[in-house]
Design a protein around this ligand. Structure first.
Ligand code: NAG
Ligand code: NAG
Ligand code: NAG
Ligand code: NAG
Ligand code: NAG
Ligand code: NAG
Length: 256
């Protein structure tokens, strides 16, 4: 019955399309920090942490820190959404990342990865409140900047000002975004730390990230540097929403 199996096959691929997560923007596996085996206690702690992440509907400020299990099989996880991302989108984004990061880094005890809107990391170490800057993941816009020296100076000034603002944020949000004119265009920037960092560590992490721009991105219109504890991004188009969701504000009236 070839027709039946064809229909079945089409149905299965339809289901796959319906449920598949969009590809991650990036993933980084810490290959030198150990592996766990399937059915290990680490794996079960990991599953608990991921299900706690995915069932949490209380957190509405885009920062999740969770841990489960006893040493040496304790798993700690941090989820962070870009400061402007709405709670539902944040949850969906982290949910998808929690499926795909472990697929990109199979059986790795420590990994990080995510999308434009969210970032996920986990480890067998305690990672809360600890600044981690040893690793950087670079992404850049392929387009070249005109008058690159001038452009880079404006980018660096903009990101420096945003860093000061983000570092002085509170324990639920350390994020800042803004824009500046350069060469008859506008450059947009956004910087963020995991808000469990102190002001000083956030400032230090972002300063380090900004200083790495020449390593990847300085001839380009846009670049991103993603570290476990902080990330920066700039480009010549607005890649963030200017309305930051704030649960303490009433929802705007509906215009009919
Ligand atoms: C994490 O796992 C690595 C590799 O298995 C091990 O060397 C390290 O001691 C572990 N760290 C903790 C805090 O258990
Ligand atoms: C571990 O589990 C994953 C997902 O179920 C599977 O893809 C992988 O092949 C398994 N690895 C081993 C070594 O059995
Ligand atoms: C999350 O971080 C806060 C400090 O920012 C800490 O007090 C809390 O214990 C952490 N949560 C877990 C589950 O470890
Ligand atoms: C997560 O994946 C689902 C498909 O499983 C998709 O519909 C949804 O848009 C994704 N969420 C985000 C924020 O990308
Ligand atoms: C950017 O400049 C480099 C070197 O001059 C050139 O090879 C590349 O094609 C340019 N890229 C674009 C998108 O124009
Ligand atoms: C640029 O930033 C200013 C605040 O510094 C803001 O008022 C303006 O709306 C922003 N422009 C764009 C296009 O986002």
């Amino acid at each position: 019955m070839p027709t039946v199996s064809l229909v079945l096959l089409l149905f299965i691929s339809y289901l796959t399309i319906l449920t598949a997560q969009p590809d991650l923007r990036y993933a980084y596996c810490f290959h030198n920090r150990g592996k766990y085996t399937n059915t290990s206690s680490y794996q079960s702690s990991f599953n608990v942490v991921v299900s706690e992440l995915n069932s949490n509907t209380q957190i509405d400020y885009g920062f999740y820190n969770l841990s489960h299990g006893q040493n040496p099989d304790r798993v700690s996880l941090i989820g962070l959404c870009r400061g402007d991302v709405k709670p539902n989108e944040c949850r969906s984004c982290l949910n998808n990342a929690s499926i795909l990061v472990p697929k990109s880094c199979p059986n790795q005890k420590e990994a990080m990865g995510g999308y434009d809107e969210c970032f996920l990391r986990y480890s067998n170490r305690s990672i809360f409140g600890v600044m981690e800057t040893d690793v950087s993941y670079y992404l850049w816009n392929l387009n070249n900047a005109t008058e690159a020296d001038k452009y880079n100076q404006v980018v660096s000034d903009l990101l420096g000002a945003l860093r000061d603002q983000a570092a002085s944020g509170d324990s639920v949000r350390k994020y800042a975004a803004g824009n500046e004119s350069v060469n008859f265009q506008t450059v947009y920037g956004a910087v963020q730390c995991t808000p469990d960092l102190s002001q000083q560590d956030c400032y230090g992490c972002l300063t380090g990230a900004i200083s790495e721009i020449p390593n990847c991105c300085s001839t380009k219109t846009g670049g991103r540097i993603i570290k476990p504890s902080c990330n920066i991004r700039y480009d010549n188009y607005r890649f963030y929403d200017t309305v930051v969701e704030d649960s303490t504000l009433a929802s705007p009236p509906t215009i009919t």
